[in-house]
Design a protein around this ligand. Sequence first.
Ligand code: MEV
Length: 305
Amino acid sequence: MKIGIGHAHGKIILIGEHSVVYSQPAIALPFKGVQVSVKVTPSEQMTVDCIYHQGLLEEAPSQLDNIKAVTLEVFKRLNKQQNFHIHIESTIPQERGMGSSAAVANATIAAIYDYYDETLDKQTQFELAQVAEAISHGDPSGLDALITVSDKPLYFVKGQEIDELDIEIKGYLIIGDTGEKGQTKLAVQALGQRKLENPQLINELIYGLGRLAYSLKELLKGNDLYTIGSILNKSQQYLSQMGISNSSLNNLITISNQSGSLGSKLTGGGWGGCMLALSDDLVLAQQIEEALLKNNARQTWVLAF
Ligand code: MEV
């Protein structure tokens, strides 16, 4: 039987979450330690099999609204229509700011194109993934749609040419999962509301985060991990002032800093989800990881730059 296969991976936003929605720069890294693969096979009805649902796609819970919408959009683009069984396997923790929704959408799009032996160019894939992301996130910057299929770190400004980054630093990122579902869509909406209520403060913070992302881009060409760490700390301060952090994230960030992290911040949509910490040394990175796990982190990962 003919099948179609698609893959995508997780992502870590190093800096610029939320401010990127307002056209400020952000830097994101592909995280291949967590992956999603989607297999599509012809079926009598449109069905899906994943952590959220096994059965008819139309009866799937709202977490799969993005997949319902994107499959329709793919068929429209390809001028084809048929029923598939969509089998989704993922090691990306859901709703933790690691790009799960964008990765699943990207892998599904790629799988259907693969089934029809159609060429999927980057722009088409991006436009299709954004259809799914608009449902998952409301007003997506496009960063998650791009980074979950990129092999390289990206410096991204909404609507501008995408910059692939060569990162030179020698260091380690420790990722800690609070175990709480992040709430990207609600956090993006809440920030929009705060911006209406207090435009001066929120605009200053958004612009400030953009400046930090810009400085970080330059610093990633060198190896000054102390300055990089201080930029990460500063960006966490701004995100906190914006109201994007919460007590579980703050707890893991404090533990990391007390355990020797050079800089720590939330990563992704916030209000739960994951945080990151920076270390110049693998043993220290492992110590930070242990401290996080002892203090309520659900899972941790260490990534080498
Ligand atoms: C979510 O991973 C990142 C946000 O900046 C939203 C977006 O970029 O669309 C919070």
